[in-house]
Design a protein around this ligand. Sequence first.
Ligand SMILES: [Fe+2]
Length: 283
Amino acid sequence: MGVGLGIDIFDTQPDFRTLIANHRAGFDFLEVYSRGDADHTDDPFAQIPDDVPRTYHHEGLDPVGPGLCPDAPIAGCVKNQQLLAPPWTVEELAVRHIDGKYTDFFFPAILNTECAAATIRNLNALHSILPAPLLPENAPYEFVVGDMHLADFLTTVAHGADCGLVLDLGHYWSYQLCVGKGEQPDHGLERLDLSRVLEVHLAGARLEPYAGGQIYRDLHGAGPIPEASLFLLRELLPKLPNLKAITIEVENATERAAIAQAAQVREVVRATLPAWLEAASVA
Ligand SMILES: [Fe+2]
């Protein structure tokens, strides 16, 4: 797939139509996010030309919950997959609904064997229903519950549900900040089965200080990509044999800023692993 941009289909900035019309050379594909909405996606999805490759980022399947989510979000995911025909769909390893109420933030996976087992059950059930593969993504952490290392959790889930992974580099660092390893963004990565990582995410972010340390806040396109995320990209690129896509999540960026971040990431890839860029990119 190459180097692509993660956009919200309902955003007016960046407007995906403008990106496609005026900046097509700046990205290889779009990762399309609709906030989990499937009721208002027919028209905007139809405006993405067939020759723009795309992946789909769903929300609402809550795969780390104790049981399978209700039928409606699954039906919405099926519908959006059918409209977009992506090679795979991304979903955060988090819960957004508790007792039917939408939470303000991603409630990330509890890091223990019980949650890993429930997640595997949920993903296997979802894989049997959805028409295209579902790749779970490590969610942002503001606090950590559980005694399992995130890398062990991700490896356990990928093996148990026999699926690929999306590794969000900023989110990985957010976990490190929670467990006192903020100075070592790559700490523990040797415990992750890197052969399972099919896609990498990067995004703008800021660090918010608090009495006990710093919390990672996703800003997506409204801020710079942290150096820790770029460091992880440089470290990991030669170690990801099945990497197919690098997505820069650019919600809230101007079109120019979105393309500039794609160019910044493309330069890192060109300097680190030029053969991958040549093989994967059309831009
Ligand atoms: Fe992400």
